[in-house]
Design a protein around this ligand. Structure first.
Ligand code: UDX
Length: 448
């Protein structure tokens, strides 16, 4: 199959490289010339485990190529995927669809034979209808169908998620398009991934419903964590006790500093807006989004409390800046709110992240001192805060950390340590929702 990816960002690049790895002939298109030039040299603009090797090997095999020219590859394509950005629009939080519509117009002009146009970007319900209208208006003669095929890729595990998905959702009412999509995903059928054929609007909504539900699950356990702290219970045990019920499931029940990233915050806002527009407000999701925002800010107060009520004139070491490990992505990361709150309260900030430092410099407030590693970061600090659960923070030499710090206060916003293990090293230790340190309650729930 001949496939074109319009937009060579995170989703486009991962999907394009994986489709090429299935044996399809894939062309990734992007407007940004410097990005395409770098990709041609085998340089990958984002950090995603395994992606560099996948891109290079498929490019070398002649199945994956990069260009700024959309028209040529689209005219010969079986399927054209739209994988451009859909940022939150300033003001109302609704997804900004200008890139999707601009791509649709360009694709329309270039259409040759029967082509399936696929929206891969997360787009609000009804966007497929609008894409179809735009293309039809510009090219009444063209033979095409518009399909919704949302992605469910987690950053840091995107290739695994693409190749071994829980399900594939294909939204179209057009039988011929459904056949083309079946051929595109044929290699995954062999892996027995469930395929869900739905209407286009159903597919569009499924993506938002899934992300909003996961965000709700996280926010629910975060509130239980706060309650655990007050009543003296252990949230990890509560989560395990809940999650072993198959109807609930153990994943996405890790209490923490609140969710961030490029999807949950944006997609919950977009769903809230859609639901309001249609006169059926999604009140649970509205509350989830508001509670999560408050939580990120509350984490700063938690650090202040662990420091005895004030951080004025103190130095706080922040370990981990990205919204989660194995990514360099800083979008809506809780670290931004934590650092801002601590600086507002008069603290000096030192910070370290294994992959996200460059991105962090672009979004964090000024006056942060960036350090080369975790030990340099905690030097002379009055408190250290683990914001992101990178593996290297799980195995810190705590004796060395204590000796380096001015005062040994550790705030573990990801519960990666056991309280007694850290306290017996002489630390003041604060965590999330483990109100009473219980030596038998050390098991974590299954990793999400
Ligand atoms: C998410 C969805 O998982 C994916 O299917 C969708 O396509 C895009 O959005 P991603 O944003 O990459 O993927 O990260 P994810 O691993 O889902 O984590 C999102 C946020 O939730 C992170 O900030 C993470 O720290 C937080 N989280 C996740 C928790 O706080 N607790 C959990 O139990 C799980």
């Amino acid at each position: 199959m001949k496939i074109v990816m319009v937009g060579s960002g995170y989703v486009g690049l991962v999907s394009g490289a994986c489709f090429a790895d299935f044996g399809h002939e894939v062309v990734c298109v992007d407007k940004q010339e410097s990005k395409i030039a770098a990709l041609k040299r085998g340089e990958i603009p984002i950090f995603e485990p395994g992606l560099t090797e996948l891109v290079r090997s498929n490019a070398a095999a002649g199945r994956l190529s990069f260009t700024t020219d959309l028209a040529g590859p689209v005219s010969a394509a079986d399927a054209v995927f739209i994988a451009v950005g859909t940022p939150s629009r300033r003001g109302d939080g609704f997804a900004d669809l200008s890139y999707v519509y601009a791509a649709s117009r360009e694709i329309a002009q270039a259409l040759g034979r029967y082509t399936v146009i696929v929206t891969k970007s997360t787009v609000p319900v009804g966007t497929g209808d609008e894409v179809e209208r735009i293309v039809r208006e510009l090219r009444p003669d063209a033979e095409f169908a518009v399909v919704s095929n949302p992605e469910f890729l987690r950053e840091g595990a995107a290739i695994e998620d693409f190749k071994r998905p829980d399900r594939i959702v294909i939204g179209t009412e057009d039988a011929r398009a459904r056949q083309v999509m079946a051929d595109v995903y044929r290699p995954l059928y062999l892996n027995s991934a469930p395929i869900l054929n739905t209407s286009r609007r159903t597919a569009e909504l499924t993506k938002y419903a899934a992300n909003a539900f996961l965000a709700t699950k996280i926010t629910f356990i975060n509130e239980m964590a706060d309650l655990c702290e007050q009543v003296g219970a252990n949230v990890q045990d509560v989560a395990r006790g809940m999650g072993l019920d198959n109807r609930i499931g153990g994943k996405f029940l890790h209490a923490g500093p609140g969710y961030g990233g490029s999807c949950f915050p944006k997609d919950t806002l977009a769903l809230i807006k859609t639901a309001q527009d249609y006169g059926t407000p999604a009140r649970i999701v509205e509350t989830v989004a508001a509670v999560n925002e408050q939580r990120k800010r509350a984490m700063g107060r938690k650090v202040v409390a662990a420091c005895g009520g004030s951080v004025r004139g103190k130095t706080v070491a922040v370990l981990g800046l990205t919204f989660k490990p194995n990514t360099d992505d800083m979008r809506d990361s809780p670290s931004i709110s934590v650092i801002t709150a601590l600086q507002d309260a008069g603290a000096t900030i030192r910070a370290f992240d294994p992959e996200g430092m460059e991105q962090a410099k672009a979004v964090l407030p000024g006056a942060v001192t960036y350090c080369g590693n975790a030990y340099e970061c905690v030097e002379d600090a009055d408190a250290a805060v683990i914001v992101t659960e990178w593996n290297i923070f799980r195995a810190l030499d705590l004796d060395r950390v204590r000796t380096l710090m001015r005062s040994p206060v550790l705030i573990d916003l990801r519960n990666i340590y056991r309280g007694e293990q850290v306290r017996e090293k002489g630390f003041v230790y604060a965590d999330i929702g483990r109100g009473i340190s219980d030596p038998v309650s050390s098991h974590a729930i299954d990793a999400a």
